[in-house]
Design a protein. Structure first.
Lengths: 508, 360
């Protein structure tokens, strides 16, 4: 029995053919992986299944019957549930209220609430989901919030569960417990569709995997009969280089010297505690750690987006100009002058203006340094520069006038990276450079960073992906709870030891 | 579908036009209910406001003021600020130019007096907008709230100033004395006699220049780039090193200055004295114009002319058709704000579906 069957699905957005004649089926009671590079059409296909978009042509069969899914309500009625990459939860409401949202069941909330609470506790027991129905969402960790999303779907009796990049924000342990839940799900005869770009996860948990590229299906294989290399090659369409070339480690003078950096927020919570480290020219120092342990704040302070509470931070032979300011309003411009470039962690929030074109985003942060003719921006030169950046970084589509929101995450990141590299910085701050970015793009972004390192730029990399840390770093600092809990060279790389340091266990 | 994904011509022209037609259609329905023929009324309106040269002169005269208030609201919108206070800023702009003229109109020649007075109106308008801008930037007080309050404060303040200080002794009219003729703005009927006895004056040409400078500043300078980045994404603007506080304060002052300049046309070009409540809602019409014109210079120009025509034609219409009260204009204005502002994307899904079908 097939739970879902796509037959010749096609979908176009303007000039972009997001899905072209997509056909494959998903067996009931299986875990089916869908992988592909960004922009391969995975999300569009799932949005069609969940009723956000209508296919231009083709058929959709649910449990063997052809269905028209007009909206997400219709999808929910058919037992389809979706856990989005960005959670759809009301932060200041309890788990219980979030689950009830949309199915309040009549005017008198209280009576119904008891019923739902009992049912939730039962579900939690069945699936060994450790969630307190009366806890507030904002008090829960990211991993638990995700369980709430899954809980919501089980409560709505979803039989087909779509998970969009579910492990992007999880720690190793959280991922393991998520997979436990998914296996239980499968045992109950439910169907799971897992969208991810992490090949290891596909191999760990799925039964079958469908690979998409450029809107089409390039292969559906039994997981047992495949391996990482084959999948990666299918995804990208060419063999992937796992070991990128790099010059021998020969760091130069100290570029950044951080002494006693502290940051306390308005609620008197200490976010960064007495950080001390240096970064030298021509080396990549990676900060490893579970997301939310002060890495974001460190990047914000070093890029001038936020003032530290105390500390001496020196760039080459001068102090970074935090002193005598009430706030960091406008400060990042000064830091760029000093030679600090910054690829922020949250791309869509900080690094780009979504409603600007690629062209307009290609000089965000450097708008004061542009060439001018009679005081007006010289768009001819700007356009030429942008076009050369797009072709150098292989951004697709290479259309400078396209709204940047219409590009895939990987291509947006290429634009940001291209812009920051073009500024020729002495110190490059990079936060989560490959979050939500596909393998092919990861390879090229990594190669860019290594080339910068070889050219003598000091690079501070923040990443929650240990694989990335290992692939790029010369030295690794581990952060936990706002402290640096350990430092090791990349040759001493030891996932277990880093894991312990990430958990806050100091070296003896 | 996002409206920004429609082709440029569709979102820039087709949508506003459809919205405008919808507003006029509803207005036509109301005129029909009032017992008059919508077609005949439209004919009278067009005749009075467009086809009659003198009427068209009046239309452009009103439009000159609206271009300035429309620009005032638009430039604030570019930075993500909803300045509802153009009315009060224009009122204060009138005070600024009046003080200059009352002080100097007996001593200075016109070529010096007029620019000084214009400068006075801009400075007073900017000053009146400074405080809401400062409060937004430094204290987070929302400009919508503060500018509304500043409209009321402006009205009371002007009431007090005019009644207590500006009325010449022995006069009943709540207005200042008439300014010396040196300060009167040159009328355009000197060059274009066909306009007849209309008050259309050089401030219309100033308004066209203002449109041009606005377009250049917003789209062709790094300052305008920073302004729009701040309006679209404050996080990214901060990341880009743009001082958000400075942008907010400076933009509000420019917005206020533009509103203040809106006073020049009627006070220096037509009445030649400052009277109570002279803005008569022009600041609020600026909001409708900014919404309908989508903050684009050409859009602002056409919307201003449209509103000028509605006022001018509305006068004649209510004279000829006593059933249609002059307030009908305010009603139509409301409809246009409703269709072009609150429901601006009403036809976007249908239009995009239509275009897609055509593509195939």
């Amino acid at each position: 029995m097939q739970a879902v069957e796509f037959q010749h699905i096609s979908k176009r957005f303007g000039a972009v053919q997001a899905n072209r004649d997509v056909s494959f089926s998903i067996a009931q009671g299986s875990i089916h992986g869908v992988i592909g590079e960004n922009g391969a059409g995975k999300s569009t296909l799932m949005s069609i299944l969940y009723g956000y978009y209508r296919a231009d042509s083709g058929k959709l069969l649910i449990n063997g019957e052809e269905r028209q899914i007009r909206n997400s309500h219709a999808a929910i009625e058919l037992g389809i549930g979706m856990v989005h990459q960005h959670f759809m939860l009301v932060e200041n409401m309890t788990v219980l209220d979030n689950v009830m949202l949309g199915s309040e069941g009549g005017f008198r909330l209280a009576a119904h609430r008891k019923e739902v609470e009992a049912k939730l506790r039962e579900i939690c027991k069945t699936y060994s989901l450790d969630v307190d129905p009366l806890a507030k969402i904002e008090d829960l960790s990211v991993g638990v919030q995700q369980r709430v999303e899954i809980l919501k779907q089980i409560y709505r009796s979803a039989n087909i569960l779509i998970l969009d990049e579910p492990t992007a924000v999880l720690t190793v342990q959280e991922t393991a417990s998520l997979f436990e839940v998914l296996r239980l799900f499968k045992q109950q005869g439910k169907t799971i569709i897992l969208i991810t770009h992490k090949l290891q996860e596909i191999l760990d948990i799925t039964d079958e995997v469908t690979v998409m590229r450029a809107g089409t299906v390039v292969g559906s294989v039994q997981t047992a009969a495949t391996n990482k290399e084959q999948l990666a090659e299918l995804m990208v369409g060419r063999p992937i280089e796992t070991h990128l070339p790099r010059a021998p480690y020969a760091p130069g003078a100290t570029v950044l010297d951080v002494k006693g950096l502290n940051l306390v927020n308005a609620q008197q919570v200490s976010l960064l505690k007495d950080l001390n480290f240096q970064i030298r020219a021509g080396e990549i120092v990676a900060i490893a750690g579970v997301s939310g342990n002060g890495q974001s704040e460190l990047l914000e302070v070093l890029s001038g987006m936020r003032l530290p509470t105390s500390g001496e931070i020196r760039m080459e032979d001068r102090m970074l100009p935090y002193a005598g300011r009430k706030d960091a309003d406008g400060l990042p411009a000064v830091f760029r002058e000093i030679g600090i470039a910054h690829v922020p962690e949250d791309r869509l929030r900080d690094a780009v203006v979504k409603n600007f074109s690629v062209l307009m985003n290609s000089f965000l942060g450097y708008q004061k340094k542009l060439g001018k003719a009679f005081g007006l921006l010289d768009y001819k030169t700007i356009l030429k520069n942008c076009e050369s950046l797009l072709s150098k970084f292989d951004v697709r589509p290479a259309d400078p006038h396209l709204r940047i929101a219409l590009l895939s995450g990987g291509n947006q990141q290429k634009v940001v990276m291209a812009r920051e590299i073009a500024a020729n910085p002495k110190l490059m701050l990079v936060g989560q450079p490959t979050r939500g970015v596909d393998i092919g793009t990861i390879e090229s972004l990594h190669a860019r960073l290594l080339a910068m390192r070889d050219a003598g730029v000091a690079i501070l990399l923040v990443s929650v992906e240990l694989e990335e840390v290992r692939a790029l770093a010369d030295r690794i600092l581990v952060m936990s709870g706002g402290c640096i809990t350990g430092e090791l060279k990349v040759e001493e790389f030891d996932a277990t030891r880093i894991g312990l340091l990430m958990g806050g266990l100091h070296k003896h | 579908m996002n409206q920004a994904d429609l082709p440029r011509w569709a979102s820039a022209f087709a949508l506003p036009l459809l919205n405008l037609l919808s507003a006029l259609l509803v207005a036509a329905g109301v005129i029909y209910l009032l017992g008059e023929s919508p077609l005949e009324s439209m004919g009278i309106l067009l005749n009075a406001a467009v086809f009659n040269p003198e009427g068209f002169g009046y239309t452009l005269f009103y439009a000159a003021t609206f271009i300035f208030t429309g620009l005032s609201v638009s430039i604030a919108m570019q930075a993500g600020l909803f300045n509802i206070g153009s009315e009060g800023q224009m009122y204060l702009g009138g005070l600024g130019l009046t003080l200059v003229l009352l002080a100097f109109d007996a001593h200075l020649p016109g070529w010096l007096l007029i620019p000084l007075a214009i400068l006075g109106s801009a400075i007073f308008g900017a000053a009146w907008a400074f405080l809401p801008g400062y409060l937004q930037a430094k204290r987070g007080s929302h400009v919508v709230v503060t500018t509304i309050m500043f409209n009321f404060i402006a009205a009371s303040l002007m009431n007090y100033l005019i009644v207590s200080f500006l009325i010449p002794e022995g006069q009943q009219n709540t207005a200042s004395r008439v300014f010396a003729e040196a300060s009167w703005l040159p009328k355009l009927n000197g060059i274009l006699p066909v306009l007849g006895e209309t008050p259309l004056n050089i401030s219309f040409i100033l308004a066209l220049f203002a449109l041009l400078i606005y377009g250049m500043a917003v789209w062709r300078t790094s300052w305008g780039y920073q302004l729009r980045a701040t309006g679209l994404n404050q996080h990214a603007a901060h990341y880009a090193g743009i001082s958000i506080k400075k942008t907010i304060i400076v933009t509000m002052m420019i917005s206020g200055a533009l509103a203040g300049l809106g006073a020049v046309n009627s006070v220096m070009g037509s009445t030649h004295y400052l009277n109570l409540n002279f803005p008569a809602g022009a600041g609020f019409i600026g909001i409708a114009i900014a919404l309908m014109g989508r903050q684009h210079p050409l859009g602002i120009l056409f919307s201003s002319i449209l509103f000028g025509a509605l006022i001018q034609g509305g006068f004649d219409l209510s004279l000829e058709k006593p059933n249609i009260p002059p307030e009908t204009f305010i009603f139509i204005q409301g409809l246009i704000i409703l269709f072009c502002g609150a429901m601006e994307n009403l036809y976007a899904p249908a239009l995009s579906a239509l275009l897609k079908r055509k593509e195939k």
